[in-house]
Unconditional design. Structure first.
Length: 130
């Protein structure tokens, strides 16, 4: 089981994430490449919430293929193309995170390979040996 670390002499996280997550010895790691909000047919929702849900659904498929699930996520790195996407991203992200929430970084970037994308998400997950 992972352990969230929030030192008492620090300000609490700004949103639903942990300052740090300890991964105990003997866990296997999966490092996911950045996932975009595109479905298997190539469709891309116009809004950040829809794209974020697809990012995490695709991550869920990757984790399932490794014998893991969303509760095994220990780190999220996310990128959005503008401040206006922050709330929608966090709302959708929170649908996929458990407790304790993973460590997380959210950055604003100038864009992605295709202009219709407004969010990209990558994760690190850790689970017990099979």
């Amino acid at each position: 089981m992972t352990r969230a670390i929030t030192p008492p002499d620090m300000a609490p996280p700004f949103a639903r994430y942990s300052h740090a997550v300890e991964v105990p010895a003997g866990r296997r790691l999966v490092v996911c490449s950045g996932q975009l909000g595109i479905d298997s047919q190539g469709a891309v929702p116009a809004d950040v919430e829809g794209q974020t849900r697809l990012c995490f659904e695709n991550i869920g498929r990757i984790l399932a293929a490794a014998g893991m699930g969303f509760s095994d996520m220990v780190r999220i790195n996310a990128y959005v193309t503008g401040r206006e996407h922050l709330a929608g991203y966090m709302k959708a992200r929170d649908e996929f995170t458990g407790s304790p929430p993973p460590a997380s970084t959210l950055m604003i970037v100038s864009g992605f390979a295709r202009p219709e994308f407004v969010v990209e998400v990558e994760v690190i997950a850790a689970a017990s040996e099979r």
